[in-house]
Design a protein around this ligand. Structure first.
Ligand SMILES: Nc1ncnc2c1ncn2[C@@H]1O[C@H](COP(=O)(O)OP(=O)(O)O)[C@@H](O)[C@H]1O
Ligand SMILES: [Mg+2]
Length: 338
C-alpha cells in the first residue's frame, strides 16, 4: 500500500498542570491524501486546537507530553526536535489561526511579515521576497497591495487581516494547510469570502486542507470528509454523505440536531444535554456515556466499563459499542437500532 500523505495514529497529548494532568487529546486517528479537504469538528474544548498545534510542532519545547505518531509523507513528526521540525512548519505545513492578531507581530508591517515568512524557507533577496509578498497580497484579494504592504496589522479590518494571514500561510505553497476556526471571528458575508478564497487557492496549489471548526455547516460546505472529535478522541470519521445520512455515533447525531439548519418549525435547536467529561479525570468507559441517549441499549453496562475502539470498515469508522454491535462494515443509523 502506498504511504498516505498524512497518517495520524493514536495521538495523545497531556498537559501537566497544578491541578493534575489535562488529557487534552486521547487517541486521535486521521488519514489524509494529497489535495484532500477534511474537517475536524467538535464542541469547544474537544481538543481540536491542541491537535492542530501538535501537527505544526508548536508544542515542542513545552511541558506537553505528546505520544503516538504523526506520519507526514512517511516521516514521524512526533519525535522531531524543534530544529528538525523547521523545514516542515511554514514550508510543508502552513497554518491559519482564528485570531490573526495573535499570529502577527503588532510592531512590524504586514508586508514585512509575509516577506519574512517567505525568506525563512527560500534563499532570496529582500527585494525578491517583497515582490513575492506583494503578489501574494494581491492573490488573497487585498486591494492596492503595494501600499498595503506597509500597513501594520491593526490598520487592517478583521477580514483583511485574515486574508493577510492566509497570504502568510500560503506564500511557501505548503502541501498541507491547517485552518483552525478560520472564519469564526468574522461576520457571515466575510466568512463566505474567506472560505471561497481558501478553496480557490487550494485549487491553484493542490494543497490538502484541514478545516478545524465547531461549525458543522462550514464542514458540510467545503469538505469531502469529516472527523468528529469528542473528549480529545476521534469518535467518528466519514465521508460527508455518510456523516449526514448514515450517522453512526450518537454524539455526531447530537451535533447534527444542534445545527441551526436542523431547527424545528419554531426555530428551536436540540442541544446535547449535559457536559463533556473532565479532562483531568476521564471516565473508564466511553467518554460520551454520561450524555448518551442510547448507552442503556448496550448490554452489560459496557459503555461505562470499556472504552470503545474506533471500528468499522473502509472510510466510515466510529467509536461506539452500539454501532459496533450492530455490524461493523455498515454502521446502522440509531433510529434503526431502536
Ligand atoms: N497549554 C495547555 N495547558 C493545559 N491545558 C490545555 C493547554 N492547551 C489546551 N488545554 C486544554 O485542552 C483542552 C482542549 O483544548 P483545545 O484543543 O483548545 O479545544 P478546542 O480547540 O476543541 O476548543 C481544553 O480543556 C483546554 O483547556
Ligand atoms: Mg480551538
Amino acid at each position: 500500500m502506498a504511504t498516505p500523505f498524512l497518517d495520524i495514529r493514536d495521538l495523545r497529548v497531556d498537559f501537566p498542570t497544578d491541578d493534575g494532568v489535562v488529557h487534552a487529546v486521547n487517541g486521535m486517528d486521521l488519514t489524509l491524501e494529497r489535495g484532500d479537504t477534511i474537517g475536524i469538528v467538535g464542541e469547544s474544548g474537544s481538543g481540536k486546537t491542541v491537535t492542530s498545534q501538535t501537527l505544526m510542532g508548536l508544542l515542542k519545547e513545552t511541558s506537553a507530553r505528546v505520544t503516538g505518531q504523526i506520519l507526514f509523507e512517511g516521516t514521524d513528526l512526533v519525535p522531531l526536535t524543534e530544529n528538525e521540525m523547521r523545514p516542515y512548519r511554514g514550508r510543508k505545513i502552513g497554518m491559519i489561526f482564528q485570531d490573526p492578531l495573535s499570529a502577527m507581530h503588532p510592531f512590524y508591517t504586514v508586508g514585512t511579515q509575509i516577506a519574512e515568512a517567505y525568506r525563512v524557507h527560500n534563499r532570496v533577496s529582500a527585494k525578491a521576497a517583497r515582490a513575492q509578498a506583494i503578489d501574494m497580497l494581491a492573490r488573497v484579494g487585498i486591494p492596492d497591495p503595494v501600499s498595503r504592504y506597509d500597513s501594520y496589522p491593526h490598520e487592517f479590518s478583521g477580514g483583511m487581516r485574515q486574508r493577510a494571514m492566509i497570504a502568510m500561510a500560503l506564500i511557501c505553497e505548503p502541501e498541507l494547510l491547517i485552518a483552525d476556526e478560520p472564519t469564526t471571528a468574522l461576520d457571515v458575508t466575510v466568512q463566505a469570502q474567506i472560505l471561497d478564497l481558501i478553496s480557490s487557492l487550494q485549487q491553484e496549489t493542490g494543497s490538502a486542507v484541514v478545516y478545524v471548526t465547531h461549525d458543522l455547516g462550514v464542514v458540510a460546505e467545503v469538505c469531502q470528509r469529516v472527523i468528529v472529535m469528542y473528549g480529545g478522541q476521534c469518535v467518528e470519521q466519514a465521508d460527508m454523505e455518510d456523516a449526514f445520512l448514515r450517522t453512526a455515533h450518537p454524539y455526531t447525531k447530537g451535533l447534527l440536531a444542534s445545527m441551526p439548519s436542523m431547527a424545528d418549525e419554531a426555530g428551536r435547536l436540540t442541544p446535547i444535554p449535559g457536559f463533556p467529561p473532565s479532562l483531568l479525570d476521564l471516565p473508564q468507559g466511553c467518554l460520551f456515556a454520561d450524555r448518551c441517549p442510547v448507552a442503556h441499549l448496550v448490554p452489560g453496562n459496557r459503555c461505562r466499563t470499556e472504552r470503545p475502539a474506533l471500528h468499522g470498515a473502509g472510510s466510515h469508522r466510529s467509536r461506539c459499542h452500539l454501532s459496533e454491535s450492530l455490524g461493523t462494515s455498515e454502521p446502522i443509523t440509531l433510529e434503526a437500532a431502536r
